[in-house]
Design a protein around this ligand. Structure first.
Ligand code: PLP
Length: 355
């Protein structure tokens, strides 16, 4: 095990925090003073180093640039009511990161580097963690192939890094979502369950087409028939139908095993909702909408938190929702936030203190 004390720290001389208004920090734009870097070579990881956030150079022949051997995670840390700072379910992200690594033929990252490195990094930049509701510190661990070699084969060297960034909500308004029936995000046997860069690259063109039509994001459907619901660009999707909470099952291997998804299911059960994890067809959603049983639709993800959907439109779909009248998803969001901001007991041991 790498003792957290062995992480070499080089401090930034002057903090950049004075140039950032935390209340207004939009997602992904501002980075804290420090970052963590560890290198993998000859079958082993180096001890991580924490250094000032800044540019670094890589070879133009870097294998990740050419063939996309690159994975990442998205995690959040919250300023708790008692003044502590705690990370939400980071071990689940660590496990998912290593599942992505395996699928992309990359080395796994030890818990000590991933979790202890993150804690130490956040502790150093603790002043950057916002305290306002819906605001938090976004944590971006990532790993990419580092070989300067353009032959197609798994890289022999890798770089693991963690960036941290203060953020507010990803979507501040209820979303308009397009139900995709032409393009495909993932296929069974592919890499849909992995959080790998190419999944997001491949989604950009269709998502941009949807944006041009006035939509915020795409709701993906299955690759073979465009019949079953999958997930939204950066979130899993939920439907409140009567007293049930529906969400696509993970069995297809084509969607991300969302940690917010898992938390919403836990909270839904706690609230007495019947959970349906299943293959869900577009047609049965249309039926549930027509009969008035489909009450609420929302996305769930680390960046998006719980994001209401006010409109679902596609080839044979045209649904509008009065988001202001909803009760179920706001209650789920409140329960999640109460745990994350330390307003309620951490019944599920989801919060990991950075100290
Ligand atoms: C494609 C995709 N699906 C779902 C999610 C939600 O996962 P999580 O709740 O773990 O952030 C994300 C965001 O991380 C995502 O990128």
């Amino acid at each position: 095990m790498i003792d957290a004390m062995e992480i070499k720290i080089t401090r930034k001389e002057t903090s950049g925090l004075k140039d950032v208004v935390l209340e207004n920090a939009a997602f992904g734009r501002h980075f804290c003073d420090h970052m963590l870097v560890a290198n993998y070579a000859d079958g082993a990881w180096s001890n991580p180093e924490i250094m000032p956030y800044g540019q670094f150079s890589i070879s133009p022949a870097n294998a990740a640039l050419h063939y996309g051997q690159s994975i990442f995670e998205g995690i959040k840390a919250f300023r708790m009511a008692e003044g502590d700072i705690a990370i939400f379910r980071p071990h689940d992200n660590w496990l998912r990161f290593n599942r992505s690594a395996q699928r992309m033929e990359m080395p796994s990252v030890p818990e000590e580097i991933f979790i202890e490195g993150m804690r130490k990094l956040i502790a150093l930049d603790a002043e950057w963690v916002p305290g306002m509701l819906d605001h938090s510190l976004y944590i971006r661990p990532f790993m990419f192939a580092a070989d300067p070699f353009i032959g197609v084969r798994p890289s022999l060297t890798y770089t693991f890094m963690i960036l941290i960034s203060p953020t507010g909500p990803y979507f501040s308004q209820p979303m308009r979502i397009y139900v995709e029936d032409q393009f495909v995000r993932a296929t069974p046997g592919g890499v849909g369950f992995a959080k790998t860069a190419g999944n997001y690259a491949a989604a950009m063109y269709p998502t941009n087409l949807a944006r041009q039509k006035g939509f915020d994001q795409i709701l993906w459907t299955d690759a073979q028939e465009h019949k079953y619901i999958e997930e939204i660009g950066v979130m899993n999707v939920f439907f409140v139908v009567g007293n049930q909470l529906w969400t696509p099952s993970l069995e297809s291997g084509t969607i991300l095993h969302g940690i917010t998804r898992d938390s919403v299911i836990t909270i839904g059960k706690e609230m007495g909702l019947e959970i349906r994890e299943d293959r869900i067809t577009v047609d049965e959603l249309v039926e549930a909408y027509k009969s008035g049983e489909l009450r609420e639709v929302f996305g769930a993800g680390t960046a998006a938190i719980i994001s209401p959907i006010k409109e679902l439109v596609g080839a044979n779909v045209n649904m509008q929702f009065d988001v202001d009248s909803w009760t179920v998803s706001p209650a789920i969001k409140k329960r999640l936030n109460d745990i994350r901001y330390g307003q309620a007991p951490d019944d599920y041991n989801w919060m990991v203190s950075i100290y």
